[in-house]
Ligand binder design. Sequence first.
Ligand code: ADP
Ligand code: VHF
Length: 358
Amino acid sequence: MRLVIKVGSNVLTRDNGKLDITRMSALVDQVAALRAGGHEVILVSSGAVACGRSELKVGHKLGSVEQRQLFSALGQAKLINLYYDLFREYRIPVGQVLTMKESFATRREYLNQRSCMTVMIANGVIPIVNENDTISVTELMFTDNDELSGLIAAMMDADALVILSNIDGIYDGEPGAPGARVIRRVEPGSDLSTYIRQEKSGFGRGGMLTKCHIARKVAEEGIRVIIANGKRDNILTDLLSNPEGTLHTEFTPNAEPASNMKKWLAHSASFAKGLVHINDKAAKVLRGDRAVSLLLVGVTAIEGEFEEGDIVTIADGEGRRMGVGRSAYGSNDARRLIGKHDVKPLVHYDYLCLDPQE
Ligand SMILES: Nc1ncnc2c1ncn2[C@@H]1O[C@H](COP(=O)(O)OP(=O)(O)O)[C@@H](O)[C@H]1O
Ligand SMILES: N[C@@H](CCC(=O)OP(=O)(O)O)C(=O)O
């Protein structure tokens, strides 16, 4: 079984903001046990900024971008060093993968990232992945490491994504309030938005809302997703040996896994270069049960400039986003052929990825 395990900032930090080395060490012990049990593991670990913050006292005011850049540069070195030493006790080699959203922009770059992690795993090295906060610019940053871990799980065809946070799972009310319980299973299409509060915990970046959004998307692609409490002792080993008796939220995976191409598309919406408007009939057919391609006869307008092979967003007659696809035409040719029959589809079904319906 191939597992992607995401360790959130809050799991690795104490209430005073300092790195919790005891917790980190306990997680490494469990990952080593999983490996001994034959599992392949990819770690997505936050904690660089939190780690760097406790390393340096800065006497003057820093902007938020400056803080992130400075502390992540300092903290990432410490973080990976600690992982290196802890895993060394088990003679498990680890390697650092620092990445950013832009590094997944084209199919070529995406496949390059995939080859990098594949060769590490094939040689027994645990990839420890984090966003390269030092140089990733604000507009093109991942919302948080939940988004990054979802992308990695999809890209590496993981069997499961385990998101470790500082909470036992998604509560059906205010966590900690009397009567609030952890939702044990989330089926595709369930709406959890009423339960989730907007605020984030102490050191996290995205909050529970992004966690849920990513979890649903990844489960939709056929990967099991688990949200559990990384601060609980033996959480990883318990989840595998005694899932029923271990508090967590599981998102049921779609029984039909998405192809690797569709997984790439599902996580690449922010790189879309154009916007394709389609009519109601085309929207209905695309949303139906049959596998259909998007034909130019159903297209009403095309915005933006793009080339053949670029990603485009598809919107219905009311301008609501329906999903993304890889265009088989450049924008000029596509515009010229709007409304035409008997020409190749604008987006072939294999390159079409519709958003899960709420
Ligand atoms: N319904 C809910 N159930 C559980 N947690 C929730 C809920 N609504 C909001 N939260 C908050 O989400 C936090 C976890 O998200 P986040 O701060 O992003 O953590 P991390 O750094 O581990 O990614 C919890 O600590 C909790 O305060
Ligand atoms: N890349 C950042 C972590 C971003 C972040 O906080 O993510 P998360 O733990 O998902 O809330 C770091 O290492 O500090």
